[in-house]
Structure formats: C-alpha cells, structure tokens
Ligand binder design. Structure first.
Ligand SMILES: NC(=O)c1ccc[n+]([C@@H]2O[C@H](COP(=O)([O-])OP(=O)(O)OC[C@H]3O[C@@H](n4cnc5c(N)ncnc54)[C@H](O)[C@@H]3O)[C@@H](O)[C@H]2O)c1
Length: 507
C-alpha cells in the first residue's frame, strides 16, 4: 500500500498523516496477510496531539459531567450498532476466536455505560464538620492531559477502560494503541469523530513504543494510564516517578495459577483449568500457566486435562467451532518455543507437545499464520525455576504437585513475583476463604477459571503485576485530584479542635 492509502492519526479533530514518512502494516495473525497500512507516529506527532489536548482542556473541563457523558452515549450506540463489524476486526487483527472478538466490543460498551451512567451519580463526599456552621465536602477535579498506552490483546475493551472514565471526568486524552492492532484503534477514533467530540479532546497517535515513550516523557501529561507488559510498565513507572506530581497507573502481566485442592470437584477443576490456560491461546494477562494440584487428585486431574489439551480445537478464529486461534506474531511463537525448551532444560516431563502443529491441523489457506497448540508438562516444584516464574503469554502450562496441607499450595502459589489472578477449586469453604485472604493477587476466583472481568469490579494486580488502578472506580482516582472544600456559613470564624480564632494584638 502506498503512503497515501495508509490510514491516519486523529489529532485535533482531523485525520492527518503526521510528520513521519514511515508506515506500518496491521497483519492478520491467522493468515500472516496484511489487513491495512497505517502512518507511524513520531515524537512530533505526539507533540502536536499533546498541544491540541492541552488547548482543548479548559473548554472541555468547563462542561458538566452530564454534558461530557452525552458524547460517550453516542459512542455507546455506535459500539452496539457496529458490534459485529468491529468484533470481526478484533478477531482478524488479534486472532482471538470470534466469541472473544465480539465480547471485546461488548465489554467496551459496558465500560462506556458505566462511565457515562456514573455522571448522574453522586460524585464526592459530604463530610460532617466539627463546626456546625461549616459545610465540608470533597470535590473532584480533572487532572488535565492524560496519556493512554494500551496493549494488543483487548484492542477495544482496554482502551475504553482508560478513555471512557478519563473523558467523562473532564480530562483530555492522547492515546497510543498497540502497533499490532491499529485498525481497531482507527474504528474507535471514527466513533469519536462521529460522536462530534470537540477538537483536541480525544487524539489518536498510531505507532510503536517510541511514540508511547514521547507521551510518558512529556511534562504536559499529568497521568499515564498504561496496560501492557511488566517490562515496559516498570520502565514507564520509573520514568514517571522522577516527574513530580505526575502518576503512572500501570497494569501488567502475571504468572497466574489455578489451585486444585484434594477437596476439588474435578469436573469444575478441569473445565476451569482449560479455560484459564487455553482461552485466547493463553494470551490474557490473567491466563494460567501454572496448575497446582494436590497429590490425592493429581493423576486423575492430569489425565483429564491432558486429554482435553491433546484434542482442543485450534483453528480459524472466525469459525465458531474454534477454541484456540493463533499467537499474535512470529516473535511470540519464538518466545513460546524458547520457554518450552527452557522447561525441558529445567527438567520438565512433557505431557502434551502440540507446539509445532501438523500441517493437517492448520486451516487451509492459513499456512502463514502463527499457529501453535498446547504445551503441557509436569515438573518437580522448585521456586527458582524460570519456566514457572516468568510470563510466557501462550498455551505453555506447568502441572505442579503438592502433597501437604493447603498452606503448601498457597506457598507455591505466592512464590512468584507477579500477583495478578488466581483460582481455587475446592468444595471446602475454609480453603476457599483462606485463598481469598492469603493469595497475593488482585483478582481471585473460587470454583471458576481465573479469567474474566466485569467493568464494575476492580481489575488490577499487586506485586510486579501493577498498582491496582486501571478499572472503573480506580481510574477515577488516577485521573482526578480531590479538593477537601470547607465553606463557612456564619459571619464569624470558628476553628476546629478548639483552636482560638481570636486575633490578639498589643494595642
Ligand atoms: N493487567 C492487565 O490488565 C493486562 C491486560 C492485558 C494485557 N496485559 C499484559 O500486556 C502484555 C501483552 O501486551 P503487549 O504485548 O501489547 O504489551 P507491551 O508492553 O509490549 O506493549 C503495550 C503498549 O506499550 C507500548 N510501548 C512499548 N514500549 C514502550 C515504551 N518504552 N514507552 C511507552 N510505551 C511503550 C506499546 O507500543 C503498546 O502500545 C502481557 O504482558 C499481558 O500480561 C496486562
């Protein structure tokens, strides 16, 4: 595609090719084919977008929450009207099977509904004062210009986690989506344009990490909302940490686990483990790469889990009978293979190796796609093994046996540096409650897979996985600042704590 045909950035209410002369392609991971071409954003493009966002801020913040939310309601309807079209683009661009592509869009309008609906809810606290004649309350103000940097694996839903709340709260935005999913981002920007959002309030700069970095380093950005890998997130957090008054809310990866206790219902255990490990081809931040199973049920669980892994339907993600689509790109296939080799080197007993799929397992016409199947192994637990500590982001699954009491399972569960998601499968409520209280994670599930989010629930990790901010209510904290406001209704000045308000002079 020539540069002229390439899709553009959306800056200050206009589609623009920007200042650079490079373009990049969005590719279908199932076929390897090019879907569309995009202009690659430069530091100058980010500079222009930030200037536009700064200029638009005063007018945007002067609108009421409810008026700002009206623009989001327009987008809500567009997301619903274009559900199938956009869901299919999600699937084409990131390879998730079609029900996941559609769910990505559904989650987006749920977030818009939450944020825009919230505009009519009480928004702050009325607080009693020690002095009867004073009114005291807490009021929120927008921060200013917010930078959003998002990953490829939820190319519509995660951006809306960031964008919807940020805009309703009165901030303006510069968004840098993932380089793998620019087409989804382009459609989202079309929706903002169609909704008539004022120029400069919402800006999209397409491109790579250098454009993201330009957002992070710029003094005009008050808050950075980042979702992506720990490697990039920690870099961003440390850069922002050096800039007074600025914050970075970072949600990152995990090395999540499903714990199957000796009290588990094994139907639920196998079902939950398969969903947790293989949905989205293991490419969710919450995907489980560790299954910690009690010795009493280990053999039966292993046999049943392995049976499913051997047969799980890998195929064209646009087909409804597919469970697992491809990995996102060739680099991710290499990483998956590298970790499979590492597991072998570290002593794994390999139970299922479909990493290199047979030719007849690859859908016709999709030979250039990034196809892999499950890689499942058992390994003697040692907390220092890299294969059970580092995020692979693929269907790479370790079975770990525990033989003692539930404390041992928890110790194994908590031994990783990450702390995002986990599940306990047990019929014993004491174990379930202990997991809820002692598992070092932000998202805990009982008798369920450890995947799945709802926009009105908190979503975020602890430890190396994040600072627990980006989701509904928590984003409000990140993109606003609070003023504790106290108003005197009397003609006299009276102070709290009995502090004297008398002015004493020598006269
Ligand atoms: N915790 C969560 O909520 C959550 C959700 C989804 C994905 N993830 C994590 O995201 C990762 C997969 O997504 P990915 O591959 O797109 O992640 P990534 O970290 O490679 O990229 C995320 C975004 O950061 C940008 N970026 C890269 N380098 C940058 C830099 N130096 N400065 C600023 N921006 C930069 C990228 O261009 C992209 O837009 C996995 O680790 C997954 O666990 C976490």
């Amino acid at each position: 595609m020539s540069t002229d045909d390439s899709r553009k950035h959306y800056i200050d209410g206009e589609w623009t090719a920007g200042t650079g002369d490079e373009t990049f392609a969005s590719r279908n991971p199932a076929t390897g084919g090019e879907l569309a071409s995009f202009h690659r954003g430069t530091e100058d493009d980010v500079d222009r977008a930030l200037a536009a966002a700064e200029d638009a801020y005063d007018e945007w913040r002067s609108l009421s929450h409810i008026d700002r939310a009206e623009y989001l309601w327009e987008i809500y309807h567009e997301l619903r009207d274009r559900h199938e079209e956009l869901g299919e683009i999600v699937t084409k661009e990131c390879g998730k099977e079609i029900s996941e592509g559609l769910a990505d869009v559904t989650e987006s309008w749920h977030m818009v509904e939450w944020a825009a609906g919230n505009a009519r809810h009480p928004h702050g606290d009325v607080v009693p004062s020690e002095i009867a004649s004073k009114d005291a309350y807490m009021r929120r103000k927008p921060k200013g210009v917010v930078g959003c940097i998002t990953p490829w694996n939820f190319p519509v839903a995660i951006p809306f986690w960031h964008l919807a709340v940020t805009l309703v709260e009165g901030n303006t935005v510069v968004w840098k989506p993932a380089e793998q999913t620019p087409w989804c981002a382009h459609i989202v920007a079309e929706m903002f344009e169609d909704a008539g959002i004022p120029d400069g309030v919402f800006n999209l700069v397409q491109g790579y990490g250098d454009a993201g970095n330009a957002i992070v380093e710029d003094d005009r950005v008050e808050t950075v909302l980042f979702t992506g890998s720990a490697e990039v997130g920690h870099k961003i957090a440390s850069k922002v940490g050096g800039q007074p008054g600025k914050i970075a809310a970072c949600e990152m990866g995990g090395k999540n686990a499903v714990v199957v206790s000796e009290q588990a219902d094994l139907d639920i255990a196998v079902h939950s483990a398969v969903m947790s490990s293989f949905k989205t081809t293991g490419q969710r931040c919450v995907s489980s790469e560790r299954l910690i199973v009690h010795e009493e049920v280990y053999d039966e669980f292993k046999e049943r889990f392995v049976d499913v892994a051997e047969d799980i339907a890998v195929g064209d993600p646009l087909e409804e009978d597919t469970f697992m689509g491809p990995l996102i790109e060739a680099g991710q296939v290499e990483k998956f293979e590298k970790y499979n080799d590492l597991a072998r080197d570290e002593g794994a007993n390999v139970l299922v190796d479909r990493a290199d799929l047979d030719a007849d397992e690859i859908p016709e016409g999709h030979e250039e796609g990034h196809w892999v199947g499950p890689f499942v192994y058992e390994i003697d637990y040692d907390e220092d093994l890299r294969c059970i500590n580092e995020e692979v982001f693929g269907p790479h699954v370790a079975l770990l046996k525990y033989s003692g009491d539930f404390d041992e399972a928890l110790e194994m569960h908590n031994s990783v540096d990450y702390g995002l998601a986990g599940a306990i499968i047990s019929e014993d409520y004491r174990e379930i409650n202990q997991f809820r209280d002692e598992a070092e994670i932000g998202l805990a599930y009982g008798n369920l897979p450890c995947i799945g989010a709802e926009v009105h629930l908190p979503f975020g990790g602890v430890k190396k996985s994040g600072n627990g901010l980006p989701s509904g209510r928590e984003v409000i904290e990140a993109v606003t600042e609070r003023t504790a406001w106290t108003l005197n209704n009397s003609k006299d000045i009276e102070m709290a704590q009995g502090l004297s308000a008398d002015i004493i002079t020598d006269e």
